[in-house]
Every structure is written in structure tokens, then in C-alpha cells.
Design a protein around this ligand. Sequence first.
Ligand SMILES: [Zn+2]
Length: 246
Amino acid sequence: MLHDGSNAIVVDPGDAQPVFDALARHKLQLAAILVTHHHADHTGGVAALHAATGAPVWGPASERIPEPFTPMSQGDTAEIEVLGLRFQVIDVPGHTAGHIAYFLPTTAAQAPLLFCGDTLFSGGCGRLFEGTPAQMLASLDALAALPGDTRVCCAHEYTLANLRFARAVEPGNDDLTHYNARCESLRAQGQPTLPSQLATERQINPFLRSREATVLRAVRAHAELSADAGEADVFAALRQWKNDFR
Ligand SMILES: [Zn+2]
């Protein structure tokens, strides 16, 4: 949820009740509902919230989410007038075929914001349920090109589990070691590790670093890759390694 003290937007409400509770607690009007992809844990609360508040819904143009909604794709802008916010839509297929992300450039003194659903997690990325490794790699490249001070609002708090894998890939990455310690401390205090920062993700997230020599070496040591394996093959092997990692 993002709000200015009077109006709020929510992104990917998997359940309506926590949103109703937060609106009541802070005395807020719901001005918009943004949806990144069709999975139930991102859309389960949309119909009830829309029915109760009339808040307009924005969602991915090529996916089925609760009607009615305004279909959005690459280059579209979601303008929430009461909050003075203009989100830019970025196509990020991979986790699902029509997944989109919402990017809010710098406003006033605030750093940019990215709502990336299940595409980019802190220290990790979403599973490839509907897209190809090449698509996911291109989607992550597009997100990695955003400004370094972008606050990355991932849809799940998977950070510590992701970092356990990241450290197996890059045990010698000092930025990763320090970030892991910071996140462990936050979680021990019951605090979220999110939002993350894009500049940090570029330093510690193996899925944004699959072209780095250290990551490349680790993937080749772990998986059988042909001599002419391309970037998407390396990324696919890295993703498969994470799928199997315990
Ligand atoms: Zn999902």
C-alpha cells in the first residue's frame, strides 16, 4: 500500500481483509488497485476491494484477472490523479507470460519506486512458470537498467532463503556477505528486508549477475553446459540450480 494520509493505492492484493483493515486504521480512501500478474495470491482480494470501494483496477493486458480492469502493457501510464502519481508500465514476461511491472520515477524528494510482482525478489527472481529463460533474462535486464536508488517493492519476503542460494553461488562476494548479515538482523527483529534497493540487487542478486565471471564459473562448475552455451542457457542453468537447491 502507498498513501498520502487521505488516499491509498494497493498493489497485488491477494486478500481483501488486510487492506480493509489498513484503510480503516489510517482512515484512507482506496484510489486504485494495481495488479502485476494473474496468480491468485496477487488477485484474490481485487473483486471484493473493487466492489466495496469502486476503486479502478489496472492490470496486465494479456492475462485474466477479475473484471473490470484497464489493460496495461509496455509504455502505458497508470495515472492516479488524486495521489498525483504516474506509473510507467514495463512488460516483464517470464514468471507469467503477461507479467507487468509498475515504475514510479523520482517524485519530489522521493526515490523511484518499482512494483515488480514476482519477477524480481531481493536476492532472487520468480520461477519460470510460463515464460522462457531468455524472456526472464530480458525482463530482469530491463529492471536492472532502472536508476540505482530505485526502491524495489518485491511481492514476497523471500530474501533470506534467496541469499542462502546466492551465497552458494558467490561465496566470495563481500557485498553479499554484508547484506545477508543486515537482512538476518532485520528479520530477527521482526522487520521486513523490503523494499530493497536496485543498486544493492545489482551487487548481490545472482539473477542480475549471470554474466559476471564469478557467477559464470559457479554455474559451469555446477551444471553441464556446452562450450557454445549462450547467456540464456547460463541463466536457465542458474535458475534450475535454484529450483533444486535445498
Ligand atoms: Zn506469481
